[in-house]
Design a protein around this ligand. Structure first.
Ligand SMILES: Cc1cc2nc3c(=O)[nH]c(=O)nc-3n(C[C@H](O)[C@H](O)[C@H](O)COP(=O)(O)O)c2cc1C
Length: 365
């Protein structure tokens, strides 16, 4: 059924169909029974696949990646699609319109997207109002960023400001220093800058945990376009600063497998199938260095249970998807969870973590 709907939606420009779909969904949720109906359509047979990561309990390990619900407007319907958690944002201290349109491109043959959205969002104030109104149907992460016009030297002030705003309502906070669409942002991944930023964030987190009597984990979201030296430096710093998780990865500025596609020339971040191997490779390299001391959330090109499994075996503890939701539709989270549950059953292990550990061992041996 989604194939038919997709054929219609894909006739519209990508941002228009996104806006249309989610506005209709939001209106639909004013009707009684909307949530039950959505669940029965898209997540009728939830497979029990509980995992605990960063001290948080997830009903399943398949989350929604940042960028789809930038303003915390669609939490209920997205949770009813069967996601184990949702990452909202990126939200910046002040509202900003993002880059001029067109800024989002579909590449259906490669099941990919290129975007240069540029952190279009309503700003932390309105975001909080939205978030407070949504309730908490599943664990909610909030992905935070800096405003476009904030100089890089003052970036930490932006991150600390939004961390303060969202701390009370977030289950975890993701620090986005890896979007390719905000000039200079990825420079924050360089060792010296990152050391200072992580220190500032951890100090603030400690103060906020004291103030509110609740520890909210902080994850760092990194790019796939990193060399081995950069990955080693990030691993060293997240260990040193006792960061709570690393999200691996954001979109890529590379264009693997798009040689004959004219859209490859569009600037921005590439997501979906062509990103898959690149991001799995970074997960593997980071995991080799972290050895489980800091959890990894794997994201990039996951379309099905096999892709999710590959990320888990490479070193991820949780996974996220974005582009596959556009191409596969709202059943995709449940389909992946069920496929993973099937793997656990076949392994004879009691939990997903045990099944993944067994597979990692078999691979190493
Ligand atoms: C249109 C679009 C907007 C995105 N916006 C954000 C964002 O605001 N913040 C962020 O951290 N990642 C953002 N991302 C990156 C995704 O969260 C994810 O890391 C990336 O798309 C790889 O996953 P996928 O291949 O499953 O899409 C965006 C991706 C897309 C396609």
């Amino acid at each position: 059924m989604y194939k038919l709907l997709r054929a219609l939606l894909f006739r519209l420009p990508p941002e228009t169909s996104h806006y249309l779909t989610f506005t209709l969904l939001r209106l639909f949720y004013h009707l009684p029974g909307a949530s039950t109906l959505t669940r029965s359509l898209f997540a009728r047979h939830p497979a029990p696949l509980p995992v605990t990561v960063m001290g948080l309990n997830f009903s399943n390990p398949v989350g929604l990646a940042a960028g789809l619900d930038k303003n915390a407007e669609y939490v209920r319907p997205l949770a009813d699609f069967g996601f184990g958690f949702l990452e909202l944002g990126t939200v910046t201290p002040r509202p900003q319109p993002g880059n001029p349109k067109p800024r989002l491109f579909r590449l259906p043959r490669q099941a990919a997207l290129i975007n240069r959205m540029g952190f279009n969002n309503v700003g932390a104030g309105k975001f909080l109002v939205n978030l407070a109104a949504q309730g908490k149907p599943c664990p909610l992460g909030v992905n935070i960023g800096k405003n476009r016009d904030t100089p890089l030297e003052q970036a930490a002030d932006d991150y600390l400001a939004v961390l303060n705003s969202v701390y009370r309502l977030a289950d975890y906070v993701a620090v986005n220093i890896s979007s390719p669409n905000t000039t200079g942002l990825r420079d924050l991944q360089q060792e010296e800058n990152l050391d200072a930023l992580l220190r500032a964030l951890k100090n603030e987190q400690a103060a906020l945990a004291d103030k509110y009597g609740r520890y909210v984990p902080i994850a760092l979201k990194i790019a796939p376009d990193l060399d081995d030296t950069q990955i080693a430096a990030i691993a060293r710093l997240v260990l040193e600063h006792k960061f709570d998780a690393v999200i691996v990865t954001n979109t890529t500025v590379a264009r693997p497998g798009l040689a004959d596609n004219p859209l490859a020339r569009q600037s921005g971040g590439l997501s979906g199938r062509p990103l898959k191997e690149l991001s799995t490779d970074v997960i593997r390299k980071l995991h080799n260095r972290l050895q489980g001391a800091v959890p990894i959330i794997g994201v990039g090109g996951i379309e099905n249970a096999q892709d999710a499994w590959d990320k888990l075996v490479a070193g991820a503890d949780l996974v996220q998807i974005y582009t596959a939701l556009i191409y596969e539709g709202p059943c995709v989270a449940q389909a992946i969870t069920r496929g993973l549950a099937e793997r656990v059953r076949a392994s004879g292990c009691a939990t997903l973590a045990d099944a993944v550990a067994q597979a990692r061992q078999q691979k190493a041996g």
